[in-house]
Ligand binder design. Structure first.
Ligand code: APR
Ligand code: PHB
Length: 395
């Protein structure tokens, strides 16, 4: 089989890329290791930047987003038993974010792809990348136990942190930066109304907590937990009790609890691999970088990679061959900004087990500064809604 672009991975990055290329008339085939149902079973963050919703809208994948997505113009930080509201809308000249689960974005993109008759090979096993530094790269894989080969002009690695694409780059051609945080996030999904209209990020001496939501009747809550903690150690009742302790009393009093429908623990990591390219292989999304979830930048960053990458590939097929040469550099400038923000927000809001006595008072001093400085709030707000694409170079 032959195609113009072979995309590895049918997560949000791969599906978005496939949709953007198809719209411009560029052929692409997606190879995905798991089944479609498995991919849709993963619960991830749920806050979309305006640039991400714009991208979905341009593709015409916005019917359900418009109906079910909830626009948010602010969020709150909780500390010292109080709430500080960050008015994103006012501080960023009218920008907002949309609460809409990543799982739903993936579902919408999958449906869009199949409605257009575009090929996704699910349950493709033993995917291997070949001849990446030549003009004729190809991919081999197994489908229903039978060996297959897909030839392409370009290969796009959208196969997440554990995928095969980044690992196919020779070690001396890549540089990786990584920070693993000494705690995890215990997440609970429950069909109870959210405790507040907007998200609450809580700094508390017992550990970080986050009140998020998926709809007016479905809530998503998180607690900072130990790296070795297990879901079994956290029966629902214990989760709710601990969450209440980490929120201001008046907020905790409003909390509606109920049976969890999903409970999982995720580690936190900052990771960047440079450059996001090797020969005819380009990386996008979690394959190239990971951010801790504080600030919900993961999916949004994948979407912005896809915007840069699809524009460069489309330019290539329109005869402008140079643009693809600048993909990695342009993309990485924005990636590092989001990595920095997620790292900063994580440091501000969590309790580090090995921290010295001065750390928590310093966090509270920074939060107090935020409460009293519009300039500081604007820095937070403009990063949270998503930095512009034309922010300028980093040199
Ligand atoms: N062969 C084919 N597919 C693979 C392989 C492989 N060897 N390895 C992984 N995949 C698939 C995974 O099964 C998954 O469906 O690649 C996909 C990668 O999807 P994601 O992990 O969702 O990554 P990405 O599309 O970059 O999305 C980024 O989604 O994962 C979240 O936290 C992440 O929010 C961020 C956003
Ligand atoms: C979520 O709703 O899952 C969520 C929201 C905001 C974050 C992280 C996760 O910063």
């Amino acid at each position: 089989m032959r195609t113009q672009v072979c995309i590895i991975g049918a997560g949000p990055a791969g599906l978005l890329l496939g949709a953007r290329l198809a719209k411009a008339g560029v052929d692409a085939v997606i190879l995905e290791r798991m089944s479609g149902d498995y991919v849709l079973g993963r619960i991830r963050a749920g806050v979309l930047e305006q640039t991400t919703t714009d991208l979905l809208r341009e593709l015409g994948v916005h019917a359900r987003l418009d109906k079910e997505g909830i626009p948010h113009q602010g969020f709150s930080l909780s500390f010292n038993n109080r709430l500080l509201r960050i008015d994103m809308h006012k501080l960023t000249a009218g920008q907002q974010v949309t609460v809409y689960g990543q799982t739903e974005v993936t579902r919408d993109l999958m449906q869009h792809r199949s409605a257009q008759g575009l090929l996704t090979v699910y349950e493709a096993s033993e995917v291997a990348l070949h001849a990446l530094d030549s003009k004729a790269p190809y991919v081999t894989y197994k489908q229903d136990g039978r060996a297959q080969r897909l030839d392409a002009d370009f290969i796009c690695g959208c196969d997440g942190y554990h995928g095969v694409s980044r690992k196919s780059i020779p070690r001396d051609q890549i540089r990786e930066y990584e920070k693993i945080y000494p705690f995890g996030w215990l997440g609970v999904l429950a069909d109870v109304p959210p405790v507040a209209h907007e998200l609450i990020y809580a700094n508390h001496a017992r550990g970080f907590a986050l009140c998020s939501q998926r709809s007016h009747t479905r809530s998503r809550y998180y607690l900072q937990c130990g790296l070795d903690d297990k879901v079994e150690n956290w029966p629902d009742e214990m989760f709710w009790q601990e969450l209440k302790k980490r929120l201001p009393e008046d907020v905790a009093a409003q909390l509606v609890t109920g049976a969890s429908i999903e409970k999982s623990i995720a580690p936190l990591r900052s990771f960047v691999s440079e450059p996001m390219r090797y020969g005819r292989l380009f990386l996008a999304g979690d394959a190239a970088h990971i951010v801790p979830p504080t600030g919900a930048k993961g999916l949004n960053l994948a979407a912005s990679d896809v915007r840069y990458l699809s524009d460069a590939l489309i330019a290539y097929y329109q005869g402008r061959h140079q643009e693809i040469e600048h993909y990695a550099e342009r993309c990485l400038a924005r990636v590092w900004r989001a990595v920095r923000f997620s790292w900063w927000f994580t440091n501000l809001m969590h309790q580090f087990p090995d921290a010295d006595a001065i750390s928590h008072p310093l966090q509270l001093a920074e939060l107090d500064y935020l409460a009293n400085s519009e300039a500081a709030q604007r820095v937070l707000a403009e990063n949270y809604v998503g930095l512009p694409f034309d922010f300028g170079g980093n040199g």
